[in-house]
Design a protein around this ligand. Structure first.
Ligand SMILES: [Zn+2]
Ligand SMILES: [Zn+2]
Length: 316
């Protein structure tokens, strides 16, 4: 029987202590990003913490940093802890749909695939969906919501068994609600980073889960939220820890309002980590992201990336 001692509980923490978080000073932030001398000019420009990035603020009660201790991961910490990096033999991100993704109720799998492709600048493949009844997973009915929930441990074991030879990581995505242990109410997702597998659910990003009306822009909202959780959880697969320096897609999140307030972009520090791992061209990536945001109709992100591109001097 496998144990998952290295499993990282995403969005839930076992040590919920009252924390006294102090935002890092500008000097500490620059130190965390580290020395960028000798890099190509566009990359250096992309890693400068200018006006396009907002320093992290003091958390409100109930926010992630008010309840969870985060030491912060500098670029140096990241490099020394980096266990896996994509290479030629393992260069593909796989998405494993689990259960149904019904058009009107779910984010588009093709849109999620397109977004991950440009965000990480790597090939992304969607595997054939696995039907819940065929997967033989432990399940229960949640006593509060009365929704079916799947046990994450069983899903992680299933993913490990099905890990493709050329996969950098394998992530199951589902519209089913999840739980990590009978003692827990629910979990948004769970990862076994050392095995490069994870599962996360979009169920609680749908207003109808809370009995709220879906509204006119519901589909747009669900895609936006799903894109955000997708790239956040995938970035954990690249060994990025939570960000405590800027408002950043890698900020921890304790509740939906906090998650909604997070931007889709990576801050300079987290961008440096991901670029080091995936080795993409930052300017090409921003152009591709811009095209995706136009297709998806993400107005805020269109403005942000357009400004960002103007502020990065390209020497090519
Ligand atoms: Zn996280
Ligand atoms: Zn960050």
């Amino acid at each position: 029987m496998r144990t998952f001692v290295q499993v990282l509980n995403i969005l839930l923490c076992t040590a919920c202590l009252a924390m006294n978080f102090k935002p890092p000073t500008p000097e500490e932030t620059l130190q965390a990003i580290g020395n960028t001398e000798g890099m190509p000019v566009p990359l250096r420009q992309a890693l400068e913490p200018g006006d396009d990035f907002v320093p992290i603020a003091l958390p409100n009660p109930g926010d992630w940093l008010a309840e969870h201790f985060e030491a912060g991961q500098t670029f140096e910490d990241f490099v020394s802890s980096l266990a896996y990096k994509p290479d030629r033999s393992q260069d593909t991100i796989y998405l494993q749909p689990l259960g149904e993704f019904i058009g009107a109720q779910s984010p588009s799998l093709e849109a999620l695939k397109d977004y991950a492709t440009v965000y990480f600048m790597m090939p992304v493949k969607i595997l054939a969906p696995i039907a819940i009844r065929e997967a033989k997973l432990t399940e229960r009915v949640n006593p509060y919501t009365h929704n079916r929930q799947l046990l994450t441990r069983d899903i992680l074991i299933l993913l490990e068994r099905n890990f493709p030879a050329d996969a950098f990581c394998l992530l199951a995505i589902t519209m089913e609600d999840l739980y990590p242990d009978p003692a827990w109410n629910f979990v948004f997702g769970q990862a076994a980073i050392s095995h490069r597998v994870a599962v996360f659910s979009f169920a609680r990003y749908n207003p109808s889960f809370y009995g709220q009306s879906q509204g006119k822009d519901y589909h747009h909202l669900l895609l936006h939220r799903s894109c955000k959780v997708l790239v956040h959880e995938m970035s954990h697969m690249f060994s990025l820890s939570h960000c405590i320096y800027f408002k950043c897609v890698m900020n921890g999140s304790n509740h939906l309002q906090e998650s909604d307030a997070r931007p889709l972009n990576l801050c300079p520090l987290c961008l440096r980590k991901l670029q080091f791992s995936a080795e993409f061209d930052v300017v090409v990536r921003y152009h591709k992201l811009l095209k995706f945001y136009h297709r998806a109709g993400f107005a805020k992100e269109i403005r942000w990336v357009s400004t960002r591109l103007k502020n990065i001097v390209s020497t090519r």
